[in-house]
Design a binder for this molecule. Structure first.
Ligand code: PAF
Length: 283
């Protein structure tokens, strides 16, 4: 597998591939790859001649330095996993912080038309400016035909769609379905940190989302919000941070349903200090 660490190298290689009329797919990651990431890459491999996978733990999207330092890094393991998919069509870009930020780690401020102030934006201040900063740089460097993002981070996906539209970047953004463990728990690098007990209990997150979806057909939004709050009220293992039902496009939470609008339920839950998020389309 081709592995590059500088911006100059990756742009040069892509220039050559493009000159040979190859299409380029792109899957940005922060490493610690799991089956959920691999499904994004499989989708990208099906639809492009080459797939660039970036592994870069982006410092500007972390709210605290302890979280950043603790973030799992294992490039050798990531490379072995990528090789199980393809040795010749995946190009790995594993830049250093300097390769992306030069000598100044600076975060750009974005206006994502309010998408950035909902849900995760309330609890992880500055997070989406960090994501926007790095994704914009990576898209400008790689200029892929298509870039793939998981729907587990649905707010991030919508924000990146907005970024591409506002900055007129020539990449098509593809959202990919959430990949779940057999219990229904959405795949995440954080799941590795859960104890067996926490992991078993975490199946309640998706179970609750599925029931909320059923209820959405017949019950009012406030009834569903109250019901979810009660589900987690006496749970000693999982602590509910938020559950909202929102317009899928604006991400604004609603209390009353309207016709012809797509809604989604979003949830964030803590198991000790491990934060898990998930979401489901409601209609
Ligand atoms: O979803 C992620 O892993 C990160 O937010 C991303 C998109 C790779 C940017 O660092």
């Amino acid at each position: 597998m081709e592995v590059y660490i500088t911006s100059r190298e990756i742009t040069q290689v892509i220039k050559i591939k493009k000159a040979e009329n190859n299409s380029i797919g792109f899957v940005p990651t922060m490493g610690a790859l799991h089956k959920g990431h691999l499904t994004l890459m499989e989708e990208a491999l099906r639809n492009n001649d080459y797939v660039v996978v970036s592994v870069f733990v982006n410092p500007t999207q972390f709210n605290n330095s302890e979280d950043l330092n603790k973030y799992p890094r294992n490039l050798d393991r990531d490379i072995s996993l990528l090789k199980t998919l393809s040795n010749s069509n995946i190009i790995l870009f594993a830049p250093t912080v300097k390769a992306i930020y030069n000598d100044k780690i600076e975060t750009e401020s974005f206006d994502f038309d309010g998408l950035e102030h909902e849900m995760e934006g309330k609890f992880r201040v500055g997070h989406f400016d960090g994501v926007g900063t790095v994704v914009k740089r990576l898209l400008q460097l790689i200029e892929p035909n298509k870039a793939y993002f998981g729907e587990k981070d649905f707010q991030q996906l919508q924000i990146i769609r907005k970024l591409v539209k506002k900055r007129q970047l020539a990449t098509q953004i593809i959202g990919c379905q959430i990949y779940r463990e057999s219990s229904g728990l959405a795949m995440s690098s954080r799941n590795e940190r859960l104890s067996d007990l926490q992991k078993n209990e975490a199946a309640l997150i998706y179970k609750t989302l599925k029931t909320a979806k059923l209820k959405f057909g017949t019950e009012s939004v406030t009834t569903i919000l109250d019901w979810v709050a009660k589900v987690f009220l006496n749970n000693t293992i999982l602590k509910l941070e938020y559950f909202v039902i929102s317009d899928e496009d604006t991400l604004k939470p609603i209390k009353i349903k309207s016709n012809n609008i797509k809604y989604r339920a979003f949830i964030a839950v803590y198991a000790d200090e491990i934060r898990l998020i998930d979401n489901i389309a409601l209609n």
